[in-house]
Design a binder for this molecule. Structure first.
Ligand code: ZN
Length: 112
């Protein structure tokens, strides 16, 4: 069986273990097949428009959303490996949620 990984141009940090990389690739492929990616692309597009900027192409938005999601998975796994806990905050008004690490203060915002 051949494994084909999609790379998005960003370098893989050297401290990332291969198990962690495999987990990231697994979660990224799930993300790519989910509605979450489409929602994130729509959110990014809207965010650009709100800033008065013409959004880049859908392909570029997809790459941006995927890179952001990849960074998040990598960060989350690292936090989990160090025993950090994430607290979830829901922002019902904007339909966004936030996950905050209680240790590093790392914050991830997502559509729900
Ligand atoms: Zn942390």
């Amino acid at each position: 069986m051949q494994d084909e990984y999609i790379h998005h141009g960003e370098a893989v940090p050297s401290e990332e273990s291969s198990a962690m990389t495999a987990q990231i690739e697994k979660e990224l492929s799930e993300y790519a097949a989910s509605d979450e990616l489409a929602d994130d692309i729509a959110w990014l597009k809207n965010d650009y428009e709100c800033q008065g900027v013409i959004p880049p192409s859908d392909k570029a938005l997809m790459e941006e959303a995927t890179a952001a999601h990849r960074a998040w998975i990598s960060r989350r796994l690292e936090c989990e490996a160090n025993g950090h806990q994430f607290t979830e905050y829901a922002d019902g008004e904007n339909g966004r949620g936030t996950l905050d690490c209680d240790h590093c203060g790392y914050s991830y915002s997502y559509q729900w």
